[in-house]
Design a protein around this ligand. Sequence first.
Ligand code: ZN
Length: 144
Amino acid sequence: MFNDPNFARQVIMDHYENPRNKRHEQNYLSKRMDSDSCIDDITVYVKLSNNRIEDISFDGVGCTISLASASMMSELIKGKTIDEARDLSKEYLHMIQLNEYDESKLKELVVFKNVGRQANRINCAMLSWRGLNAIINESEELDE
Ligand code: ZN
């Protein structure tokens, strides 16, 4: 299904028009990410508990790809452990870099598998993931 470009486009537009988990969270860890090549300005919010992503949301403005990928990421990552989140992030990066990846792990995020062919869109597709990784890395520095 996700190999059908029309279906992939529909999934992306649905997440862009009805983004999941798009809200500001005052008391969560947060990371603001922007882009000098696009309008994207997205903040990722994460609530960590016992090495698990108990909750995740995002807010801001962005292009279709950055907002839709943030929405899908939030659904995939919510409830995962930090290790699982890191692993998924790595698989997603492999896909965007047009390397081998595990399709079954990324679920509907595979709709972005061709983004890596458009160099100027890669940053858009990675923005929210980079925000998530920055939050995870910073939280681990605080623990030490
Ligand atoms: Zn963008």
